[in-house]
Design a protein around this ligand. Structure first.
Ligand code: NAP
Ligand code: 3JN
Length: 341
């Protein structure tokens, strides 16, 4: 990257929960944006969004939206990615796609910069880089130093996922249901199959023939691809909880070689993107309410699993819209401009 070079960046799905966070992260990290092209659906015609103190008009996404674009950050859902990401790549943009559309395709890199930045170079295959699912991202950031030090045989994870993972309409739904409950009114249910206020739903994305949800199988398959290790056993239970921002995860990991809790704590404290918060006797552990707006993945409750020889338990929390989506995508774009564009 030359000192004063700037890049034309398109944000597809700019009016959404993730798209809005993309603008925030580009601004907070001072990404060298020259032109910013904001793209969304017909519904957003006439809207403007603020970036660096300027109001930028939202344009309607089309196949001709990408002329002159260097980097296209997609977060408008998998069907929009399938339809428009190849057109963007064809027009010369490098696409960083937040959807599940291309994640498991062999020739498309699936990247978490703290874990497998070297995979970014494979963008030349199809002009597309996939951003993993939010629940996968924060887990692999925390497991990377453990994987490198002791190897990983098996992971058992249960998630506690915030409603912001389901988009802007779900954030409004939790807010509305909470107010309706407080006023003694009947709760209106539109986004989830049941009320989400004061409830936990063991159901994220659709159910598959094996009894798992698609979200759970994303965690299994994406973790193996990012570590480049198809032998890791992964089993997941993903749960939606009435939290606005911040996914929490209880992770049990069986390592190949023994790693003490103390050693794991030391390794995690030095790992990129990780902040250890682990002083339980002083009530210090990661919390969703503390991670909102933060870039780090927080890890605490680090304990040895006393039921097996080589086991650890961790509690991992991150802002699902930032590290789980927008920040990870912008970090990929930073490596792209630093090393490749
Ligand atoms: P959201 O708040 O509902 O926003 C959806 C965005 O997509 C809006 O900007 C919307 O534009 C746009 N859009 C929808 N249909 C469109 C169309 N036909 N043409 C152009 N734009 C269209 O959802 P979100 O939470 O931001 O999530 C968006 C996507 O990001 C998800 O579907 C998912 O694929 C991905 N995502 C990934 C992660 C992750 O784990 N990495 C997490 C969350 C989301 P309008 O405002 O004009 O309707
Ligand atoms: O539910 C969450 O907390 C994360 C949601 C992610 C999501 C939502 C809608 C569609 C995805 C994803 O990134 O896997 C998708 C999708 O692209 O399949």
């Amino acid at each position: 990257m030359s000192a004063n070079k700037t890049y034309t960046v398109a944000v597809v799905g700019a009016t959404g929960a993730v798209g809005g966070a993309m603008l925030e992260v580009l601004e907070r990290r001072n990404f060298p944006v020259g032109e910013l092209r904001l793209l969304a659906s017909e519904r957003s015609k006439g809207k403007t969004l603020a970036f660096k103190g300027e109001e930028i008009p939202v344009q309607v996404l089309g196949r001709d939206s990408f002329a002159g674009v260097d980097i296209a950050l997609f977060s408008a859902g998998a069907s929009r990615s399938l339809e428009f990401a190849p057109a963007a790549a064809e027009a010369g943009a490098v696409v960083v796609d937040n959807s599940s559309a291309f994640r498991m395709e062999e020739d498309i890199p699936l990247v978490v910069p703290e874990v497998n930045p070297e995979a970014i170079g494979q963008y030349t295959n199809r002009g597309i880089i996939a951003n993993p699912n939010c629940s996968t991202i924060q887990m692999v950031v925390a497991l990377k130093p453990i994987y490198d030090a002791a190897g990983i045989r098996r992971i058992v994870v249960s998630t506690y996922q915030a409603v912001s993972g389901s988009g802007a309409s779900a954030i409004r739904e939790l807010d509305r249901q909470t107010r309706q409950y407080a006023r003694g009114e009947e709760m209106e249910i539109t986004v989830y199959p049941y009320q989400i206020a004061f409830n936990c739903l063991p159901h994220i994305d659709v159910f598959l023939d094996n009894g798992y949800t698609k979200e759970e199988m994303k965690m299994v398959n994406e973790t193996r691809k990012i570590f480049g290790d198809p032998e890791i056993g992964v089993t997941a239970t993903t749960v939606r909880v009435p939290v606005f921002y911040g996914h929490s995860e209880s992770v049990n990991v069986e390592t190949k070689n023994k790693l003490s809790a103390e050693e794991a704590r030391r390794l995690l404290a030095g790992a990129p993107g990780v902040e250890v918060v682990d002083d339980p006797f002083n009530k210090q552990y990661p919390l969703a309410i503390h991670c909102q707006g933060r870039f780090e993945t927080f890890v605490g409750r680090i304990r040895e699993d006393e039921s097996i020889a080589n086991g650890l338990n961790l509690w991992i929390v991150a802002d699902n819209i930032l590290k789980g989506a927008a920040l990870n995508a912008v970090q990929i774009a930073e490596v792209l401009i630093d090393k490749y564009l």
